[in-house]
Design a protein around this ligand. Sequence first.
Ligand SMILES: Nc1ncnc2c1ncn2[C@@H]1O[C@H](COP(=O)(O)OP(=O)(O)OP(=O)(O)O)[C@@H](O)[C@H]1O
Ligand SMILES: [Mg+2]
Length: 358
Amino acid sequence: MSLVLGLETSCDETAAAVVRDGRHVLSNVIASQVALHRRYGGVVPELASRRHLEAFLPVVDQALREADVAPRGLDAVAVTTGPGLVGALVVGLAGASSLALAWGTRLMAVNHLEAHAYAVFLEPGPDRGGPDGRGLRPPEPPMVVLIVSGGHTSLAELSGHVRFRPLGETRDDAAGEAFDKVARHLGLGYPGGPVIDRLADAGDPGAVALPRAYLQPGSLDFSFSGLKTAVIYHVRQAEAAGRTVNLPDLAASFQAAVVDVLVEKSFRALEVTGHHRLAVVGGVAANRGLRRALEARAEREGVELLVPPPELCTDNAAMVAGLGHFLLAAGWAGTEPVRVNPSLGLGGRERRRGRRGR
Ligand SMILES: Nc1ncnc2c1ncn2[C@@H]1O[C@H](COP(=O)(O)OP(=O)(O)OP(=O)(O)O)[C@@H](O)[C@H]1O
Ligand SMILES: [Mg+2]
């Protein structure tokens, strides 16, 4: 049994959450900065750090109050130390270490990407009794994990708790980044994912022929920059010919191209690893077109599909606290120094490329 306070400040959400046993979310507080960054069309790192500084303590207070937990009742404070924006991470770590020191509590470093995967083990709401509060058996590894977020698109094998093996990642833009850049180009605002998702409802996914980059046979890597460029060319050509662009059709066609590749590669990864369980996490996992396509394919192929509710797909601290529990359960020794690492990859490796350029 454990009670972990999770803290998350890697990008533009200041978040704190209390989670029991890595599963039961007692509180999950998120102060989003979306409105602050919207006018710039993306996250401005310096503004993000300053806003984290203002929001940090009130968000922590609220998380403890809502969970009805006193600091001395905590087993650990788990904080995201990477990947992310360096200034934003430093604010979170400075706050977390001060609190842990003042409370005499252990401080744990958590990898943000791995934390996204741990959203699938969370049960929204308090413990309602039963093995997982819904009378269902909680999911367990082994599984394949697709992490699709604003800064990352990665496939990994989770062979046992906290044991990640990277299988593939994007060679250029992340899927969420492609959604955001395409939306910005179309003048749809920021963040682009939810807007394109809604717009796509009214469009025909077959209306505009767009490329799908499967790369060389057997590759589990991704590439989305060519797709983004194809959308931009489509718009330019239409403008040059004096045609108006049908935005719902273009949104639906773009979304379908992203979804096709994500689904195909995820099921390839299942084939390669021999697993029958697929977790899909990160902000883009909130996409309804992706969720529908995954559900249909999983049903056809007898795969168990784990997709968190939308509010646990985008950045939150419950996933950080959840991973903190499973690190403790795996015998976390706490001997490593806790430092920020903006380019941390899965399984503790350095990533091949920097964070998205906005
Ligand atoms: N419904 C949706 N459809 C598609 N994309 C979405 C949807 N909702 C959110 N997104 C995208 O998810 C991204 C944000 O997700 P998330 O908060 O996980 O990313 P991040 O934390 O900024 O990046 P990372 O986790 O890689 O550091 C944005 O790019 C946003 O456009
Ligand atoms: Mg994230």
